[in-house]
Write a protein that binds this ligand. Structure first.
Ligand code: NAG
Ligand code: NAG
Ligand code: NAG
Ligand code: NAG
Ligand code: NAG
Ligand code: NAG
Length: 556
């Protein structure tokens, strides 16, 4: 990492020294992806390392920076990184999902090039291929506000990234093999926090340190495979300041739920007796409770952490009600700036007419004796030609059929599962409402690439149009991930103004791998560089487009 950081630093200084009306700054990274032994739960296993590290290097950048990451795949399998929450404006080419890109083959390298355009916030990256997310290759991605943009809280003394998630002691190939043979990967073995786990009383090195009197920002992401997590810091309250790129009303919490794929930032002040305190992460809504702790140490510490841990929130139905209430307390700070100087609330999403409503229902079924997951009865598979490339080369009908998923779940029999590449044709700039209805007994989380959306409602029961009167049309959080509790629904709204091929997926990795995902094809009728970049020169081609002539590039 040293060299990459140095290059970035030099370039930064260079850019600052020149500042004419220079292009947005560049950050360069060179990443070697290899196998190596890790032991997040104390059991040594094969992990995926980036430049020898797990978790991988943190990308620390500022709005509008150009990020260039040259990835060398030294594994024995195809590989791709996806950049959660990075909106990839006009640039689904770099999204790193199998519907948009050919994977990087073993022994090959590929250079991602993207811009964190007009966004801020706490995000992460992970391997989108196979079950590799279960083995590592995960790291934090922080996007800071530009110097001129006011941030609605004092600059913290330091920032800590916390990547927390459930963990399996089985390797990713074993897990993939279990799914390939039609079975479930079952329950995770534990919870890891930044690659480690511990229980109360273990003699462990601190995860973080705090100076007395100082305030720190903790950016917490759930990078696990299926388990919602609650976290808390013994003896300290948490002031919520940001969720996936939105500045929130700064409420104070004793503990927060963070569901799979979600990130949020809290401020914690070292205003207690100087000693060690436990950071606690525990599972939510699971039959077998799991938890792990880490140490936060005061720099003038005088003693060990108390063995008495802060209370976990309730479980079961009461716990779901607790968690829904907490979701409802998350509000957009309408007067704070986001990536741009104009206040967040100047975008009046509640006054835009809905042009399309999609109601999506998840299901689990056996097809030919094998477990599959679906959306409105369609279980996605990745074809060997990425969907985006098939469309760009003008041969979509050789690879997939549009609109197997119908807008209204009622129009489909959710039990009959079609296994096929799933692409929904969307109209550029439509303002859409998506309802996720969960009839299953497990919690779901959903991630949309390419956009952030307003998370306007979560309620128990089933959705109907009258429920719209319960939407938060004023100050809902704009984000990219939402949870849907068992027997509940959630509603989101967004403008499909980013042309490209965008993955809407469950963030439960077993479900994604076995089909609970689809792609939105959002084509700009103009086929213009104003709306979408051209296929990058370095993009590897595969499948049926490999030998086809390159289409004429988009022009101005
Ligand atoms: C990546 O590995 C190559 C050799 O395999 C080495 O020369 C290079 O320095 C490594 N890069 C980093 C950033 O570790
Ligand atoms: C991350 O970036 C921000 C903004 O550029 C900077 O203030 C901060 O010092 C950086 N942190 C690290 C650890 O490099
Ligand atoms: C692979 O890495 C080399 C430099 O190490 C670079 O010149 C080349 O562009 C990279 N290939 C791709 C496809 O990005
Ligand atoms: C919202 O942001 C404004 C502007 O930065 C700030 O002054 C205010 O304290 C924030 N309000 C809350 C409730 O967090
Ligand atoms: C929304 O729809 C209503 C009723 O159809 C119409 O009167 C209004 O002008 C529309 N608003 C916008 C902003 O298009
Ligand atoms: C997709 O939608 C656009 C506009 O909404 C339409 O022109 C086009 O024919 C549709 N394509 C398919 C394959 O449905």
């Amino acid at each position: 990492m040293g060299r990459a950081t140095l290059v970035a630093l030099l370039l930064c200084l260079f850019a600052k020294a020149l500042v004419v009306k220079a292009e947005d700054p560049y950050l360069f990274f060179e990443w070697n992806v290899t196998y190596g032994t890790i032991a997040p739960l104390g059991v040594p296993q094969q992990g995926i390392l980036i430049n020898g590290q797990f978790p991988g290097p943190r990308i620390n950048c500022t709005s509008n920076n150009n990020i260039v990451v040259n990835v060398f795949n030294q594994l024995d399998e195809p590989f791709l990184f996806t950049w959660v929450g990075v909106q990839q404006r006009k640039n689904s080419w770099q999204d790193g999902t199998l519907g948009t890109m050919c994977p990087i083959l073993p022994g090959k390298n590929f250079t991602y090039h993207f811009q964190v355009k007009d966004q801020i916030g706490s995000y992460f990256y992970f391997p989108a291929t196979g079950l590799q997310r279960a083995a590592g290759g995960i790291g934090a991605l922080n996007v800071h506000s530009r110097d001129l943009i006011p941030v609605p809280f004092d600059r913290p003394t330091d920032e800590y990234n916390v990547l927390v998630g459930d963990w399996y002691n089985k390797g990713h190939k074993t897990l993939k093999n279990i799914l390939d043979t039609g079975r479930s990967i079952g329950r995770p073995d534990g919870i890891q926090i930044n690659g480690r786990s511990a229980k109360v009383g273990d003699n462990i090195e601190p995860l973080f340190t705090m100076e007395p009197g100082k305030t720190y920002r903790y950016r917490v992401c759930n990078v696990g495979l299926k388990t919602s997590i609650n976290f808390r810091i013994q003896g300290h309250t948490l002031k919520l300041v940001e969720i996936e790129g939105s500045h929130t009303i700064q409420n104070i919490y004793d503990s927060l739920d963070v569901h799979v794929g979600q990130c949020l930032s809290v401020l914690a002040t070292a205003n207690q007796e100087p000693k060690d305190y436990y950071f606690v992460a525990s599972s939510r809504f699971t039959k077998m409770p799991l938890f792990s702790v880490g140490i936060i140490r005061y720099t003038n510490q005088k003693g060990p952490a108390s063995p008495i841990l802060p209370m976990a929130p309730p479980e079961n139905l009461e716990g779901i009600a607790w968690s829904i209430n907490q979701f409802r307390s998350f509000r957009w700070n309408l007067t704070a700036s986001a990536a741009r100087p104009n206040p967040q609330g100047s975008y009046h999403y509640g006054q835009i007419n809905i042009t399309r409503t999609l109601k999506l229902v998840n299901s689990a079924t056996q097809v030919g004796g094998k477990l599959r997951y679906a959306i409105n009865g369609v279980s996605h598979i990745d074809p060997s030609t990425p969907l985006k490339l098939a469309e760009y080369f003008g041969v979509p009908d050789k690879v997939f059929q549009y609109n197997l998923v119908k807008d209204d779940a009622l129009a489909t029999n959710n039990l009959v599962t079609t296994i096929a590449p799933s692409v929904v044709n969307a109209t550029f700039r439509n303002f859409v409402e998506i309802i996720f209805e969960n009839h299953e007994k497990t919690i779901q989380t959903w991630n949309l690439d390419g956009y952030s959306f307003f998370a306007v409602a979560i309620e128990p029961g089933t959705w109907s149009p009258e429920k719209r009167k319960n939407y938060n049309l004023l100050d809902a959080i704009s984000r990219h991930n939402i949870q849907v509790y068992p027997g509940s629904w959630a509603a989101i709204m967004t403008t499909l103004d980013n042309a490209g091929m965008w993955n809407l997926r469950s963030d439960m990795w077993e479900r994604v791998y076995l089909g609970q995902q689809l792609y939105f094809s959002v084509l700009s009728p103009a086929r213009s560089l104003r709306d979408e970049y051209n296929l990058p020169d370095n993009q590897p081609l595969c499948g049926i487009v490999e030998k086809l002539p390159l289409p004429a590039p988009y022009t101005a």
